[in-house]
Design a protein around this ligand. Sequence first.
Ligand SMILES: Nc1ncnc2c1ncn2[C@@H]1O[C@H](COP(=O)(O)OP(=O)(O)OP(=O)(O)O)[C@@H](O)[C@H]1O
Ligand SMILES: [Mg+2]
Length: 297
Amino acid sequence: MDTNGILEKRQLPDEEFVALWDAIILDPSIKDRLLGQAILNYTMRSKVNRAAVPLHGVILLVGQPGTGKTSLARALAAQTSRLVRTANQFLFVEVEPHALASSALGRSQKAVTELLGGTIAEIAAVQPCIVLLDEVETLAADRSKLSLEANPIDVHRATDAVLAQLDQLAGRYPNLLFLATSNFPEAIDGAFLSRADLVVTLDLPTPEACYAILADTLRAMGQAFPKLDKLAKASTLNEAAQKCVGLDGRRIRKLVAAACTFDREVAIDPNRLTMAHIMRAIEHEQQELHKAKGNHQ
Ligand SMILES: Nc1ncnc2c1ncn2[C@@H]1O[C@H](COP(=O)(O)OP(=O)(O)OP(=O)(O)O)[C@@H](O)[C@H]1O
Ligand SMILES: [Mg+2]
């Protein structure tokens, strides 16, 4: 990682990110809306009066952990770069939020200003740029909920700095788009939410999505262990999918691998995996989820 708060940079479109677009299984209308908004950022923002159409170039994805926000943001960046015609290549930049949220007094405000007003502005001056602000609640914490005792004044100032920089950048660089994600929308400052051009909530997968995620995971494992490809087509997969409802996409993908761990023989040769093992892994996950919910009440 760079010392300046950037986790990574990639030229777009990037093959790995492009593949994520299909891997994240969601209502297609949600994907269309996101892509439409991202494209509009590049077709409209430079041409309209900001006072009349106050677009900031910010799209926010919210949802529970494991619902695909980060993956979808990366995929959206790649798809946008494929569909928008520009003279220069798109650059993807991922910000490391925790590197900026330093507790040392005065540092995070300075770090935010340097990153957004310095590094990001310099990139946006020469090429179209899409910036991922993952876990944005750490960067734009709700000032009304921060107690001054528990949070140094610097945290408040960091939010102020983010908002000020967003306003500056929005005015100067219409070829800059921020994709922000959060598990805790209630912890994000209202002024940041107000600047978002589109807020989309990713829900837990529907039964149909659970089916598609199970099948996709089995097919991916089937490239190495061909018998798993047959399980992806089994009629009993539908029943397994129904039982997954309530689990997030990450849990569902992981439980297919976890199903190989109940029986040593299957761990040694994953081709021996059966639907019964998968059912057992689903039950295990549902029980764990139930316990976790109990602990939170
Ligand atoms: N709807 C979905 N369809 C297919 N796969 C999914 C879905 N949701 C999550 N996944 C898978 O779960 C994994 C985690 O996804 P991702 O990191 O994007 O989630 P997230 O919402 O950003 O989670 P967190 O809030 O914990 O950061 C990825 O491997 C992704 O493919
Ligand atoms: Mg994430």
